[in-house]
Design a binder for this molecule. Structure first.
Ligand code: NAD
Ligand code: GLY
Length: 361
């Protein structure tokens, strides 16, 4: 059965429909289109799997569809690829009321959303996520971006979608490694603000790995519900929303330092979360047992708990580009306990260096 959540942002509020088959339900999508045409931005992997189904859904309402099929991969989350979207939009004389639909994982969602934010200063935008990570995180909340060689997601905009269609059936074709990567962001919600969910995950991680639909529906709904609450309270990340970046400062350093796409985003976030937990332990906030409990869940989820040995100096250099740096000072999301994250600048460089060295061998 489908479930619907609302992201409460005043006149920019929007629904998230979660369930099996929501991307083929014309009644969910057609009322959101202002014109009888739409651009579907997707990639070479996802197009053969789901483009026809989405196109048929739209055509039921007489909507003509322009597909834009991009190369697949984090390394293509660039200006050059973004420009391919603009080439297609301009080539087809798309207007500012044409809707752009992003069909794919977080890379497509982030690039499609950024293109929609920029084209004619903003066109309507719909997210149809097809990876676990994009279902539980990137499709909700309006962060859009591309990468720069010096830093992840450094060029972008806040731009909310009009609708999110979170179709659990798309997870049937997702490779195991990608499913596991998505679990890193699911576990994140338990760690930062939902301790009961963390406990639920400890008991149900095997069901999620086995793609049990009831367990997946519960985890996606609970994750999106957490994210919707945080975004509604702090859309532009002036406070609480920054906590959603647990593990990301270290994780982005891993992704950039290794070369985009070598470590999956979720894998880098998993290792980054353990570095943050290690640092929280060294600050005297977490016990060794709690760090072990966190580590155990990530290991059960098939995720790395050690970062690559880039060297602490290289990590610190890469981390100096983090968006949370304020007045030149690094601020990190750390843990006081399972279910309680804080933003802190209390850890000095030496302590951070020690935590990196302990966790990145
Ligand atoms: P991704 O978009 O690269 O997708 C992973 C892989 O799975 C790709 O090869 C893709 O083509 C393939 N794929 C997608 N759906 C599939 C399906 N149903 N079946 C088979 N294959 C499928 O990676 P991701 O993990 O979805 O997203 C990671 C990106 O999201 C990163 O760039 C990260 O920065 C971004 N992100 C953004 C936010 C945000 O708030 N905007 C939050 C978290 C992550
Ligand atoms: N994924 C972090 C955020 O949306 O704020």
């Amino acid at each position: 059965m489908n479930q619907t959540l609302n992201v409460a942002l005043g006149e920019r509020s929007y629904p998230i429909h979660i369930g099996c088959g929501v991307l083929t339900d014309a009644e969910l999508v057609l009322p959101h289109l202002k014109q009888k045409n739409a651009v579907v931005v997707t990639n070479m992997t996802v197009a053969p799997l789901y483009l026809d189904a989405l196109r048929s859904t739209l055509e039921k309402g007489g909507v003509s569809v322009l597909p834009v099929i991009l190369p697949d991969g984090e390394r293509y989350k660039t200006w050059e690829t973004l420009n391919l979207i603009f080439d297609a939009l301009l080539g087809a004389h798309c207007e500012r009321n044409t809707t752009l639909i992003a069909l794919g994982g977080g890379v497509i969602g982030d690039m499609g959303g950024f293109a929609a934010a920029c084209y004619q200063r903003g066109m309507p935008f719909i997210q149809v996520p097809t990876t676990l990570l994009s279902l539980v995180d990137s499709s909700v909340g309006g962060k859009t971006a591309i990468n720069h060689p010096l830093g992840k997601n450094m060029i972008g905009a806040f731009y909310q979608p009009k609708l999110v269609l979170a179709d659990l059936s798309t997870l049937d074709t997702l490779p195991d490694r990608e499913l596991q990567a998505g679990l890193a962001e699911v576990i994140k919600y338990g760690l930062i603000r939902d301790p009961d969910f963390f406990i639920w995950l400890e008991s149900n991680i095997d069901k999620l790995l086995a793609r049990d639909k009831t367990a997946l529906a519960y985890a996606v709904h609970r994750s999106c519900s957490n994210k919707a609450e945080v975004v509604a309270a702090d859309e532009r990340e002036s406070g609480e929303r920054a906590l959603l970046n647990l593990g990301h400062t270290f994780g982005h350093a891993i992704e950039t330092g290794m070369g985009y796409g070598v470590w999956l985003h979720g894998e880098a976030v998993a290792a980054g979360t353990l570095i943050a937990a290690e640092l929280s332990f060294r600050l005297g906030w977490l016990s060794a047992e709690t760090v072990q409990r966190i580590e155990k869940l990530f290991i059960q989820a098939g995720l790395p708990v050690q970062g690559p040995a880039l060297g602490a100096a290289r990590y610190l250099e890469l981390m100096s580009h983090d968006k949370k740096v304020q007045d030149g000072k690094l601020r990190l999301v750390l843990l006081k306990e399972i279910g309680k994250a804080v933003m802190s600048d209390e850890a000095g460089k030496e302590l951070i260096r020690a935590a990196i060295e302990a966790r990145c061998t």
